[in-house]
Design a protein around this ligand. Structure first.
Ligand code: CMC
Length: 437
């Protein structure tokens, strides 16, 4: 179904303050979400709105992804995530997010061909990786490498060069990710093999060595592709908002995506998948019991959180977690690995879902709760988990950057603040401030 533009409802909201009353327009989205448009608030009243963490703030109108957090609904361009997970591939979803429609056969073939022929990195990148410490975490390495891509492609921004930039990003990100991993274990980077499809190519670059080939199991490659699809977009989350924020200054796409990678690294955002597996391993070895860990997560005097639980938007089961829970079983069956961590995760979930602390706060498993178990079963090292998220989220970041830059009303993002520091005071020269030298 074609995207409808957000309709302007006839209603208005009234704000009363200091005996003054102003009418604010109410905007309605295509899924009946309602927002009070306060664009003129400061001009009309001198006031601003205060909303730390932006929990009640719509920063833009967007036609890319719809989430109903109460009902556990996620759709890309109108298509339910469950149907895309079942029937599509990651590159198909990338095209959908960026271009707005599912590709035809010819469009998809053309896109795959384009991506396949941009997978290599400039040879100078070898020296770039060599210059970094041996034990560098692959996330900042990826952020730096994507920032550095700008220096190789410095042409002015046009429709054509922007298209080439996002194709290059999608094509090169698996190569950058795998090279950052190879660097961290002291192995030479493996060149892409353009005979392989996107995800298999990535897995080979991760696991082959100059001495030994790696035969990609198509079932496992499909599991990784599924993970990429589930991570591909999630509307105005922290990293996507960062990409939009940086891009709003007219910074280029490479620079904006590099900033998004840095935002994603944090443990409350993309870094949670690494924290989940570390938590499960701690429970398996030290903590001893899932019950004790859940008690710690509930204790207000303890900073422990049940990682992979809770979400700013989902107040019911994250639909991506439901898909991944099933995929976990399939992958573990295929690799014949131990299901110890999955057992602990399911026990944690069982305890939390019947505990009033989690139920009353509407804390359910999120996408990161089960993804780490799959990555671990596939042999992906823990410090690469968030990098996997980067590869998946990239098309979403690109789609949002393009949507923002093509919006005729786009302005530089520049929030305000309520100042709570000292009021004006006179400067004192250093001699008058006391203290010994
Ligand atoms: N374990 C224990 N208590 C929790 C948890 C948790 N995982 N999450 C939230 N709470 C409690 C929190 O202590 C607070 O309690 P109270 O009302 O008594 O103060 C209440 O629930 C609300 O929490 P909040 O931190 O105000 O909620 P938020 O919307 O600001 O944070 C969140 C959302 C995802 C950062 C948070 O739930 C969290 O830290 N979860 C663990 C980290 C995680 O799994 N992150 C991945 C998110 S999904 C992927 C992504 O977006 O990248």
């Amino acid at each position: 179904m074609p995207t409808q533009s957000a309709a302007q409802a006839k209603t208005t909201a009234t704000l009363d303050c200091d005996g003054k009353s102003i009418a604010l327009p109410v905007v309605k989205g295509t899924e009946s979400e309602v927002a009070v448009d306060i664009e003129k608030l400061r001009a009309q009243t001198g006031m601003i709105k205060l909303d730390p963490g932006y929990g009640n703030t719509g920063s833009c109108k967007s036609a890319i992804t719809f989430i109903d957090g109460e009902k556990g609904v996620l759709r890309y361009r109108g298509y339910p995530i469950e149907e895309l997970a079942q029937g599509s591939t990651f590159l198909e979803v990338a095209w959908l997010l960026i271009n707005g429609e599912l590709p035809t056969r010819a469009e998809l073939a053309g896109f795959i061909n384009e991506v396949t022929h941009h997978t290599m990195l400039h040879e100078n990148f070898n020296r770039f990786f060599e210059a970094l410490p041996k034990d560098a975490h692959p996330m900042p390495v990826c952020a730096a490498a994507v920032g550095a891509l700008t220096t190789f492609y410095q042409q002015p921004e046009t429709e054509q060069s922007t298209h080439e930039t996002w194709v290059r990003l999608i094509a090169k990100m698996p190569t950058i990710a795998a090279s950052s991993y190879k660097h961290s274990i002291g192995q030479p980077s493996i060149y892409p093999d353009n005979r392989l499809e996107y995800t298999s190519n990535f897995m080979r670059m991760m696991f082959a060595t100059p001495c030994e080939e790696y035969d990609v199991d198509p079932v496992l490659a499909r599991a990784v592709d599924l993970l990429f699809i589930l991570h591909a977009d999630h509307e105005q989350n922290c990293s996507t908002s960062t990409v939009r924020m940086v891009g709003s200054s007219r910074a280029n796409l490479f620079a904006s995506i590099s900033a998004g990678i840095s935002a994603l690294w944090g443990p409350l955002h993309g870094g949670a998948n690494q924290e989940v597996i570390e938590m499960l391993e701690r429970i398996a070895t030290e903590e001893g019991s899932a019950d004790r860990f859940v008690a710690k997560a509930k204790d207000k005097n303890d900073t422990t959180r049940l990682m992979g639980f809770g979400h700013r938007v989902y107040k019911s089961y994250d639909p991506r977690a439901a898909i991944l829970k099933k995929a976990c079983n399939d992958v573990l069956k295929r690799v014949g690995g131990s299901s110890r961590l999955l057992d602990i995760a399911m026990r944690l979930e069982e305890l939390a879902l019947k505990d009033d602390y989690f139920v009353s706060r509407k804390l359910y498993p999120n996408v990161d709760f089960y993804s780490g178990i799959i990555y671990k079963a596939l042999g992906i090292p823990i410090n690469m988990f968030t990098v996997m998220f980067v590869i998946g989220r990239l098309p979403g970041w690109v789609a949002h950057w393009l949507e923002m830059r093509r919006d005729p009303d786009f302005r530089i993002a520049r929030p305000r603040q309520v100042y709570v520091g000292p009021t004006m005071r006179a400067y004192q020269p250093i001699e008058m401030r006391g203290g010994r030298v």
